[in-house]
Design a protein around this ligand. Structure first.
Ligand code: GCO
Ligand code: MG
Length: 424
């Protein structure tokens, strides 16, 4: 496209008269890794009295691509526009490239979207949850991850979380060939196999019900138990596990199938009383909507930035509420504190709320992001200050340079004993 033609494209001007003379003067990404996990944040500046906003655009595995998407492609659509037309601006960013969705584009749009909500809150002098309609509950209950090498170790950790006030605990145990969430992977367990460090579904299906059987006999009765399969089962094995766990009354069983087989979720859900929670791998609203509409989930747990930000997520929460589905927004360490605040704004505002994944940010993250929410006795509360109530200290952020090691490729780390990669 020639420069003249670019200039004649009408997307760059306000399509209607702005309510106030405020314009977007800058859009840029800040990437920082205070926990070693790259966090991508979008900062939108305006031409008005130091007014700016922050949004979460964290796709930690591909953070460079998101940075390019924001800085090189989307920023120029926004400069000069009125920041109050959030709905129009995020649709513009989505439609401008013609091919839409996917985690890179949606995270970039989410960073912009959430930064615009932050600005809207600051202009109104209200926290974002009040812009959404205010609270329908006093606080947001969270779950925390307990993991260990053995069942005993996992349950000891769970008990200590219960002692600290948590009511919802996700239990994960080390298995051959697969670790995560603080549980190490057990190595060399299949010495006669072509790939001795492999992960076997059979073995996993034997171990997991034992973990929950012991949990129910050890942990106090009121404690709600959760588990993440991380997409590694076939539809039949997933159903077998969901049924085997029925006696232990899980609050939810997460990600039993990889996205490629989500069309099989409705049959599994209708054949078990174990609540099915899926969604962190949704990378479009279309996928997330289908999970609810097709009857595949009891809880929808999209990662809000992966479906494009708060603007689409609040529509999903409304659909969930009207469909009898509950929400459990994804909120691990690869969500920035701004993204975590967006989760909580929706949680506190939505009747569909089921549970919130909690993450205990380290001290460095609190230093980089003053105002980061803190979990107290398992509860989260939003900031009551305007916008998200969270800032970024760019000098501190610069001390934690993002890298490509670690999270960049960890997801492709699990193989079967025959050596074949397992879906993460
Ligand atoms: C969860 C998740 C995460 C993902 C991670 C990928 O339920 O919290 O499964 O821990 O593995 O977000 O980067
Ligand atoms: Mg998960």
């Amino acid at each position: 496209m020639s420069a003249e033609l670019t200039e004649s494209v009408p997307t760059f001007a306000d399509p209607w008269p702005a309510r106030e003379k405020i314009t977007i003067s800058g859009v840029r990404t800040i990437v920082t890794a205070p926990e070693g996990i790259p966090l991508v944040v979008v900062r939108i500046d305006t031409d008005t009295d130091g007014l700016y906003g922050l949004g979460c655009a964290t796709f930690t595995q591909r953070w460079k691509a998101v940075r390019t998407m924001v800085d090189d492609h989307l920023a120029r659509l926004l400069i000069g526009r009125y920041p109050g037309d959030i709905g129009d601006l995020v649709r513009l960013c989505g439609f401008a490239g013609y091919w839409r969705n996917g985690p890179v584009i949606n995270n970039a749009i989410s960073g912009i979207d959430q930064a615009l909500w932050d600005i809207a809150g600051k202009r109104a002098g209200l926290p974002v949850h009040e812009l959404l309609g205010g609270k329908v509950r006093a606080a947001v209950d969270t779950y925390i991850h307990a993991a260990g090498t053995t069942i005993e170790e996992t349950l000891e950790r769970a008990q200590s979380f219960v002692d600290q006030g948590w009511r919802y605990i996700r239990l994960q145990q080390a298995t051959p060939g697969s670790g995560g969430y603080g549980a190490p992977r057990l190595r060399g367990e299949y010495p006669d196999a072509p790939y001795p460090d492999g992960w076997s579904a059979r073995d996993y299906l034997r171990r997991t019900p034992r973990l929950f059987e012991q949990a129910r006999s050890t942990l106090p009765e009121h404690v709600e138990l959760l588990h993440d399969v991380h997409s590694r089962l076939t539809p039949k094995d997933a159903l077998w596990l969901a049924r085997a766990l029925e006696p232990y009354r899980l609050f939810f069983l997460e990600d039993i199938l990889p996205p490629e087989h989500w069309d099989r979720l409705p049959e599994i859900r209708s054949a078990t009383s174990t609540p099915i929670a899926v969604g962190e791998l949704t990378t479009s609203m279309t996928e997330a909507i289908q999970l609810i509409r097709n009857g595949g989930v009891d809880l929808i747990r999209s990662h809000i930035s992966d479906i494009g930000g708060l603007t689409p997520a609040r529509k999903l929460a409304a659909l969930a509420e009207l469909s009898g589905v509950r929400t459990a927004w994804h909120g691990p360490g690869d969500t920035s504190p701004i993204g975590a605040a967006a989760n909580v704004a929706l949680d506190i505002n939505s009747v569909a709320f089921g549970i919130q994944e909690g993450h205990l940010y380290n001290d460095a993250t609190h230093e980089v992001f003053p105002g980061t929410l803190r979990i107290e006795d398992g509860w989260l509360r939003p900031n009551e200050t305007p916008g998200w109530g969270i800032d970024i200290d760019e000098q501190a952020a610069a001390r934690f340079a993002p890298g490509l090691s670690g999270h960049d490729a960890w997801a492709a780390g699990v193989r079967r004993p025959d050596g074949a990669l397992v879906e993460p």
